[in-house]
Design a binder for this molecule. Structure first.
Ligand code: AMP
Length: 301
C-alpha cells in the first residue's frame, strides 16, 4: 500500500542546469505559497546527504538539492579533478525521496567570469582557524558559492550537516551578518556502523585504511569522556593526537573549542566541541563531536 501511494505521489525531479530554469520553477512554487527548502551538496550522495533532504521535507513543501563540485573551495593540490561525480546514482536517490528539483550547473553558470578577480564573500576570523589554517581560501570558496546558490534558489530554509561543523558556523555567520533572508538548520552527523562519519572522501580509502579510519571517532569519543570526567583540555588533546598517530594517522589538529564560535573554551564555557582533521596517505578526514560539561567539570580548561 505504501509503495502504491508513494509511487502515485512520485514525480521525477526537475533537472535544472541554468539559473533561469531554477528561477522560473521557484516562481511557480512561490505563487502557490509553497515553503522552499534547499540542500547544497557536491554530489556522490550518501545517507548523510539524504538525512538533510529528509529533514528538509519535514519543514518545507518543496525541496531543491544542488549538486555542484565547487572549484573555488579546492586548493591547488587538492582533489577537485578526482572528486567523485556520480550524477545518475545521485539522481535516483533523490527521486526516491521525492525531491522537487536538482540544480546541477556547469562551472561557467556559477562563475561566468574568471575566478581570479571576482567578488567573493569572506567571513573573517572563523575562516582562518582550524580547517582554514590547513586549507587557505577554503571557506571563502564555500561562502561565495553558497551565497550565489542562495541568490539563485532564494530558499526559505537551507540545511547543512554538523559533520562540517566549522562550515555550518561560517554559513550561519555569513547569513546573520549579511542579513540574508534564509533560515539555516543543521542535521547531526550520520555515521557508518563502526562510527566513521559518512563522507564522499571515504571512497578514496584503501581496504586497510578503511579499517584504520574508524579509530578517529573512537579516539574523539574517548577524549570527550575524559574531559567530561575532568581532564584538562590540552592534556586530552595531546593524548588524542598520540593515539591517532599510533593508529596510523598523520594528524593536522585535534582541538577542543566552544561551540558558539570555535574560540578556545574558557572555564565558563560548557557547550564544547572537539574537532579533528587527520590524513591517511592521500585521504584527509575530518570529524567532530559536540558535547556538554556538567557544572562540576567546568574548571578543566
Ligand atoms: P558535501 O557534498 O560534502 O559538500 O556535503 C553537503 C552537505 O552534506 C554539507 O552540509 C555537509 O555537512 C553534509 N554532510 C556531509 N556528510 C554528512 C554526514 N555524514 N552527516 C550529515 N551531514 C553530512
Amino acid at each position: 500500500m505504501y509503495l502504491v501511494n508513494r509511487s502515485i505521489k512520485l514525480k521525477a525531479p526537475v533537472i535544472a542546469t541554468t539559473i533561469e530554469q531554477v528561477q522560473s520553477e521557484v516562481a511557480n512554487w512561490r505563487r502557490s505559497e509553497n515553503k522552499i527548502a534547499f540542500v547544497p551538496t557536491m554530489g556522490n550522495l550518501h545517507e548523510g546527504h539524504l538525512a538533510l533532504v529528509k529533514a528538509a521535507f519535514d519543514v518545507a513543501d518543496r525541496v531543491v538539492v544542488s549538486i555542484f563540485v565547487n572549484p573555488t573551495q579546492f586548493g591547488e593540490n587538492e582533489d577537485f579533478s578526482t572528486y567523485p561525480r556520480t550524477f545518475d546514482e545521485d539522481m535516483a536517490k533523490l527521486a526516491i525521496l521525492g525531491v522537487d528539483m536538482i540544480f546541477s550547473p556547469e562551472v561557467e553558470v556559477l562563475y561566468p567570469e574568471s575566478t581570479a578577480a571576482m567578488s567573493s564573500v569572506t567571513v573573517p576570523a572563523l575562516s582562518d582557524i582550524l580547517e582554514g589554517q590547513f586549507r587557505p581560501g577554503f571557506f571563502t570558496g564555500v561562502a561565495t558559492v553558497v551565497n550565489k546558490l542562495f541568490n539563485i534558489v532564494n530558499p526559505d530554509v537551507a540545511f547543512f550537516g554538523e559533520k562540517d561543523y566549522q562550515q555550518l558556523l561560517v554559513i550561519k555567520k555569513m547569513v546573520s551578518e549579511l542579513l540574508m533572508p534564509v533560515e539555516i538548520r543543521s542535521v547531526a552527523t550520520i555515521r557508518e556502523d563502526d562510527g566513521l562519519a559518512m563522507s564522499s572522501r571515504n571512497g578514496y580509502l584503501q581496504k586497510d585504511e578503511r579499517q584504520c579510519a574508524n579509530n578517529l571517532y573512537r579516539v574523539l569519543q574517548e577524549l570527550v569522556a575524559s574531559v567530561q570526567e575532568g581532564a584538562a583540555y590540552e592534556v586530552s588533546e595531546k593524548i588524542a593526537v598520540k593515539q591517532l598517530q599510533q593508529a596510523g594517522f598523520v594528524v593536522d589538529y585535534v582541538n577542543i573549542r566552544r561551540q558558539q564560535d570555535l574560540m578556545p573554551a574558557t572555564a565558563e564555557d560548557n557547550h564544547l566541541v572537539v574537532l579533528a582533521a587527520v590524513r591517511l596517505k592521500e585521504t584527509r578526514l575530518i570529524d567532530n563531536i559536540l558535547f556538554q560539561l556538567s557544572n562540576d567539570n567546568m574548571t578543566a580548561a
